[in-house]
Design a protein around this ligand. Structure first.
Ligand code: ZN
Length: 203
């Protein structure tokens, strides 16, 4: 897949919660930027109104498992439960069943990605890790992103318990990226192709 070289896609993992997710949404609303939130099903159940707000303000809600386990250590039927239970929770709240999945910790294997594809999920990783999950300062988060802009467009950030400095960094990071000639896109545009295999050409 060829990506436009000056387009960035913001992604936020581990939400929703009611402290940092609303503040991230406020910043994104201010700049009219649409992001993807990879949500945990257990958090969706606790904070459905935040998920509704994400959806209503034009963001995409993706699946990040039910409670953030190490999927590669789990039997396949439990992985399936983690994924489908989360999608059903999201479906109940916003009437939309996600087709984007980001594995917790980014841990994946070819068989896992294959199973997810069979279950109609695109597995989404990232190109640039802000490393905000390490509890680092806002300026360091910004530097981690802005210093790696040539590496690709999908940026990993969080709205969970480590998100205080993520919120602090976000406006500066956005404005600095704009100053460098970058724009922000909507991730679903990348995955607009149908999930089903093409049909009609079989002879
Ligand atoms: Zn995560």
């Amino acid at each position: 897949m060829t990506l436009p070289s000056k387009t960035l896609w913001l992604t936020f993992d581990d939400g929703p919660e009611d402290t940092y997710s609303p503040r991230v949404l406020d910043v994104l609303h201010h700049y009219r930027i649409f992001a993807t939130f990879f949500c945990l099903g257990s958090q969706v159940e606790k904070f459905p109104t935040i998920v509704q707000r994400m959806h209503e303000e034009g963001h995409l809600v993706g699946n990040h498992s039910w409670d953030h386990p190490h999927l590669l250590d789990m039997p396949l039927d439990e992985v399936y439960q983690q994924v489908t239970k989360t999608s059903e929770a999201i479906l109940r709240v916003i009437g939309y069943r996600p087709h984007l999945f980001r594995p917790p910790y980014g841990e994946r294997s070819s068989p896992l990605v294959g199973h997810l594809a069979n279950w109609e999920y695109h597995t989404v990783y990232w190109d640039i890790d802000s490393r905000d999950w390490q509890g680092i300062s806002g300026p360091t988060i910004s530097a981690n992103v802005l210093g790696h802009l040539g590496a690709g467009g999908i940026i990993l950030q969080h709205t969970g318990i480590h998100a205080k400095h993520t919120v602090d960094a976000l406006p500066y990071m956005i404005e600095a990226a704009y100053a460098l000639g970058y724009t922000f896109g909507q991730l679903p545009d990348l995955f607009a192709e149908p999930v089903e295999p093409p049909s009609g050409n079989v002879t």
